[in-house]
Design a protein around this ligand. Structure first.
Ligand code: FEO
Length: 393
């Protein structure tokens, strides 16, 4: 059996998760340029032992070896399932096979999912509710229901004596590297990217969850992706800001172009807004990691979508971007559209249908035939001024 280096976050709280350096995609949607990790925590009390979350399928042997390295012949008594998605709960069947007497603890919804997804029989499931405690001897686990982060069954687990809060996806980031976030220079952009792609649609539930942990004394936050947080305040304050929907004086411009007309308008928009003192992020959707767009949607006040007409409708790449905006529900207040066509329009109608289902106020749009002439670029400047006025207002 391979011998692992297993960090001990506090006496008796061991980091037994896995690093997935090779994974490049999550949910067939989110690019993972730096891989990710599946953090699991073994809490060893004087009377009983609990494993909080497991690992993605495929990493069970590593998890079981680590648990055995800590416990030897001592049994595992509990598996706490903070979240049922398989990247954290997919290891439950293997853990139960090794430790068949271990009880699986989860919220009501979570317990049902443990049965449905992982075949945990009813007599091995234990439902916990908000504020319930589990006594492990010299350690006590307290459960905090935190639903819809980003599934309905989610909860946090707090180790009272050690002031360690284990939050699964919440406060996470996708990287296989590092152990502590205070050693990570890219922490905030990486966390913002993760928040944008996973938590932003549920930010009101996130704010509610933050309210529940407001009075907790916390030394360590252990999420189930990315590094562990020992410095709590910077992480909490960012999450408070993002869940509130605080926005910067910032415009996200995302475009796709076939023959350069939409591109020219998008670049003119970026130039013009920049000249007006507005922070701008400009992306060619075709070559952009969509999670970068999600990251900037977290605090952009306006969104400009650029896409031409093709086959009598909006270019499919542009439709995808519009759908992403609708699905991620960013806090942005304003939108504008830049479009172009060769001989027949159609993109505008489609984008209005998609963005019409959001709370975005349409500041204006331009749909031109053919090249982006000087006259067109002047119209872009006018639209940029309107956007800047809305932002400052
Ligand atoms: Fe990391 Fe929602 O699973």
């Amino acid at each position: 059996m391979q011998r692992y280096w297993i960090p001990e976050l506090k006496p008796g709280i061991h980091f037994v998760g896995s690093r997935d350096w090779d994974r490049r995609m999550f949910d067939a949607l989110v690019p993972l340029p730096e891989g990710t990790s599946y953090n699991a925590y073994l809490v060893v009390g004087s009377e009983a032992v609990a494993l909080v979350d497991t690992v993605n399928p495929g990493f069970e042997p590593e998890l079981l070896d680590k648990v055995h390295q800590i416990l030897g012949d001592r049994p595992l008594d509990y598996i706490v399932m903070n979240h049922a998605e398989p990247d954290h709960a997919g290891g439950i069947p293997a853990v139960r096979k090794r430790y068949p007497d271990a009880q699986v603890l989860a919220t009501r919804r979570g317990a049902d999912m443990a049965g449905l997804y992982f075949g945990v029989p009813e007599d091995a499931r234990q439902v916990v509710s908000d504020g319930d405690n589990l006594n492990l001897g010299d350690k006590t686990l307290r459960f905090i229901e935190a639903p819809m982060l980003h599934w309905p069954e989610t909860m946090f687990t707090y180790v009272e004596e050690d002031r360690v809060l284990l939050t699964c996806d919440f406060f996470g980031s996708h990287t296989a590297a590092g152990l502590f976030s205070d050693e990570d220079d890219d922490l905030i952009p990486r966390m913002q990217r993760y928040f944008g792609e996973i938590m932003m649609p549920y930010r009101r539930m996130g704010a509610r969850a933050l309210g529940k942990i407001n009075d907790l004394d916390i030394d360590i936050i252990g999420p189930s992706h990315g590094p562990v947080h020992r410095e709590i305040e910077p992480v909490l304050s960012r999450y408070q800001s993002w869940t509130r929907g605080d926005m910067a004086n910032k415009v996200l411009i995302a475009y796709v172009s076939m023959w350069g007309s939409t591109r020219a308008m998008a670049h003119q928009m970026a130039q013009s807004l920049g000249d007006l003192g507005v922070e701008v992020r400009l992306y060619d959707i075709l070559t952009t990691d969509t999670a970068e767009i999600a990251r900037d949607l977290v605090d952009a006040k306006a969104i400009v979508l650029g896409a031409p007409t093709v086959l009598a409708g909006m270019h499919p790449v542009g439709v995808n971007a519009a759908n992403l905006v609708r699905a991620l529900r960013p806090p942005a207040s304003y939108a504008a559209v830049l479009s172009s066509h060769g001989w027949s329009g159609g993109a505008m109608k489609q984008v209005e249908e998609v963005l019409g289902a959001t709370d975005l106020e349409m500041v204006g749009y331009l749909d031109i035939q053919g090249p982006a002439t000087a006259e067109v670029l002047a119209q872009v400047d006018e639209l940029a001024e309107k956007i800047a006025e809305r932002l400052s207002g």
